[in-house]
Ligand binder design. Sequence first.
Ligand code: NAD
Ligand code: G3P
Length: 352
Amino acid sequence: MTSKNSSKDKAVGVVGMGSFGTAIANILSEKSKVIAFVRRAEVMDEINQNHTVDGVSINPEIIATQDPEMIAGACNTIFFMVPSTAFQEVIRQFSPFLYPYHLLIHGTKGLCLNLPTGKTLSDTGKISRENILTMSEVIMKETVVVRIGCLAGPNLAKELYQGQPAATVVASKYNEVILEGQRLLRTDKFQVYGNSDIVGVELSGVLKNIIAIAAGALAGLGLGENAKGLLISRGMVEMIYLGNALGGSLKSFIGLAGIGDLVTTCNSTLSRNYTVGYRLAKGETLDNIMNTMEEVAEGVNTVKLMKTFVEGKGTRAPITENLYKVLFEDLKIEEALQYLMKYPFSVDVDFL
Ligand SMILES: NC(=O)c1ccc[n+]([C@@H]2O[C@H](COP(=O)([O-])OP(=O)(O)OC[C@H]3O[C@@H](n4cnc5c(N)ncnc54)[C@H](O)[C@@H]3O)[C@@H](O)[C@H]2O)c1
Ligand SMILES: O=P(O)(O)OC[C@H](O)CO
């Protein structure tokens, strides 16, 4: 597909300057002019006048706008870095200005519910695969863009911002998207791998958040590394089963975006999902945690969607189901743990 102008000379767009968007914009700005789309005028002014976001310095070459048409006109490649709750709304803002020559890569580790207008999850009770959209599927549904990619991997925003070494996966059905992601993002501190299984890579990033909440809860209870090893390995099995049921390939789950991100997120107090579990185990209510967290923890909504999905399918996902009861019903974490310890798992690796 031919581009309007050569991508090499064009600015790169970043939509959403939260923790992850800011970290990725800084990396991109090492090689390209970056134009950031922000929701609030005061954030735009802060970026354009002070070259900071929430007081944190960014590359002064990054400029900000609130105009989707301006970004779509100036950039062939745009990175969407907003939470799943805002994704559809933001894509719809951009949609009138997007053309088939655009190339979109998203970094969102969440899912959208796709129900008939006016219906909610509590109305339907059960959901199936067609009621769940990954963000690449949202882009396909809402725009004329075909060259779509996602960015996933062990990428804690704060560590990226600090310039610590890391790697990511750009996944797309189109090799040119992978090559363009590598060209734009690769630095001597940031390695970029490619993967053609975009849904598997998206789901890896989405599903590891469930296990990260559980890992935080184990830490909050003061349990040791044996318990964490148990959770990570059984969590991996659950991710693979859920991921296969949703259309992802096993190979992606055992790659950087799967096991790589799972290990990182289950071990870091920088992870919001881990933090949710930790604070729950320390006795805080979910409402209190969500009301006092400034940043998004995608895993909470993912637990709800996945629990409803497995019910609809008539299969089991014991960690997800028990976590649902802890988050949204009154099950104590200790009781959930007891239940899982008695669960008749018997075969170690049964997915290969
Ligand atoms: N923070 C990380 O370490 C990290 C790493 C990898 C992936 N992610 C994923 O990236 C996504 C974003 O996470 P984050 O950490 O940057 O979240 P965040 O809460 O720090 O920031 C979200 C940003 O989206 C913006 N936003 C929300 N609604 C918007 C709208 N309607 N229009 C424009 N902007 C809007 C907010 O203003 C904010 O700047 C999540 O899906 C997360 O799972 C985060
Ligand atoms: O802060 P979290 O829990 O959303 O995790 C951040 C990233 O997904 C780590 O790769």
